[in-house]
Design a binder for this molecule. Structure first.
Ligand SMILES: [Zn+2]
Length: 463
């Protein structure tokens, strides 16, 4: 009798534990945040410049991934976006197709849609750009902007938000995407007021104006009335929440662009706004902890950002970047107008960089004082910007100014150096990128693995 009851007890414990394993909940709300170009040093620099800890750095699981493409060790956003979205390697420039461009590869967003979940795609750069495109489009080239944008319509996804502007893409096809989306039933929203009050089924939201690149403005330059990335994200969460769940991809796309320009301060401001978007997802997670999974990663690193500089050695003065008030791009617009007007002397230019970058204002911070070496470099760059002529070797000029406006480049580089950071390249690098995860299934994302595994780990969690 005793034996039987012990067996019974053991059996019931076994049944209970195995039931427990089988009923372990799968998340139904999945967030994938992609910081474009965001290496670990980008995150660490932003963290060192702010007093509050970044949200992504509070996540319980961290990992790292390799990022190489099928045809190149240093990848681009199309091949890396395809790897994250589909779990397969492809060639640089390709949007969710194999490298022979004969096969479309199903994306995690499409899988989620097939499962009856809602889907949202958000980016701070144009919605037809490579990273967001990899989740809803299939094209042989990332520059087929018109063909990509048209696939937003057939995707039937529930929400698109972020950068976009009518026009400016005519050379890629007719500018009828907005009209086509409208007749496909998408409510088009271009202001904050409309955004908070809209309850249409399918929504496409972007700001009523953008800069030349059709992206959101750099956060450092953002006009007050423009919807920011965290607002597009929060709206998406409210809009997509339903019993069957959702998949949402949010890209911090201008982290990459600022890094291509080696513009440290603008990069950090965009990264912090990207982190604010993650904080919106964490608020949602706190209300649905058993049903939510949040993954944060990058597609590749950009700029080779170093938290050190040969000229500052062991000194670290990262917070000096906080004195920059305008992006390098916006400042170079000013320099272009100086060139046209021919009224701004070098002395006036020095006054201007005191206002916008704090450079030369030792009362503001002694670390901002300009030494003779720096004023010489700035003068050479100013002359080059104003005349368009230089006696420099073309390789030296490229290393110095990277093909951009010489004076703006030298101003930003001077502040970067004082702030003890450095950039060895204007392109992407092969550095592995970080992964941060929280929520149901987060443990799966620890370790060192490949970017294609992120897709596989997500699929395992939603299937
Ligand atoms: Zn890039």
């Amino acid at each position: 009798m005793k034996k039987i009851s012990i067996t019974l007890i053991l059996l019931s414990i076994f049944i209970l534990t195995s039931c427990n394993i089988e009923t372990k909940k799968k998340p139904i709300y999945i967030f994938l945040f992609i910081g474009d170009g965001m290496g670990l040093s980008h995150v660490a620099l932003a963290d060192a410049m702010t007093d509050e800890k970044l949200t992504m750095l509070t996540f319980p699981t961290t990992g790292s991934t390799t990022t190489f493409a099928e045809d190149r060790y240093i990848t681009d956003s199309a091949a890396a976006g395809t790897a994250l979205a589909t779990g397969e390697k492809t060639s640089c420039g390709t949007i969710s197709q194999d490298s022979s461009h004969t096969r479309n590869i199903t994306t995690i967003a499409e899988l989620a849609k097939q499962k009856g979940m809602k889907v949202g795609i958000v980016s701070s750069v144009s919605i037809d750009h490579a990273t967001p495109a990899c989740f809803y489009a299939h094209q042989k080239s990332r520059s087929q902007y018109y063909d990509i944008a048209k696939q937003m319509i057939t995707s039937d996804f529930d929400y698109f938000g972020g950068g976009f502007a009518k026009g400016n893409r005519e050379k890629y096809g007719p500018s009828d995407v907005v009209a086509k989306m409208d007749s496909a039933g998408y409510k088009i929203i271009t202001t904050r007021e409309e955004l908070v009050s809209s309850n249409s089924e399918k929504i496409w939201a972007y700001n009523h104006t953008t800069d030349y690149s059709r992206a959101l403005y750099y956060e450092i330059d953002r006009p007050e009335d423009h919807i920011k990335l965290s607002e597009f994200t929060k709206f998406g969460i409210d809009h997509l929440t339903n019993d069957k769940g959702f998949f949402m991809m949010v890209e911090g796309g201008r982290i990459d662009w600022a890094s291509h320009g080696n513009d440290g301060a603008s990069m950090v401001q965009d990264l912090i706004e990207f982190d604010n978007s993650i904080a919106e997802a964490v608020k949602f997670y706190n209300e649905h902890p058993d049903e939510t999974l949040i993954i944060v990663t990058a597609d590749h690193e950009t700029g080779g950002l170093a938290m050190g500089n040969a000229l500052t050695g062991y000194q670290s003065s990262y917070k000096l970047l906080n004195y920059q008030k305008i992006s390098q791009d916006r400042f170079s617009d000013k320099v272009a107008s100086w060139k046209k007007e021919k009224k701004v002397t070098y002395e006036m230019a020095l006054d201007s960089i005191k206002v916008y970058f704090g450079l030369g204002d030792k009362d503001l911070n002694s670390g901002l004082e300009l030494i003779e070496y720096e004023t010489k470099l700035l003068k050479t760059a100013y002359d080059y910007s104003m005349t368009g002529e230089s006696k420099m070797d073309k390789y030296d000029a490229y290393l110095m100014y990277g093909g951009g406006d010489p004076f703006s480049k030298m101003v930003v580089q001077t502040l970067n150096t004082k702030a003890s950071i450095g950039w060895p390249t204007f392109a992407h690098t092969a550095y592995p990128v970080p992964v941060f995860a929280i929520g149901q299934g987060h443990e799966d994302f620890s370790g060192y693995y490949d970017n294609t595994d992120i897709f596989k780990k997500m699929v395992k969690n939603i299937k």
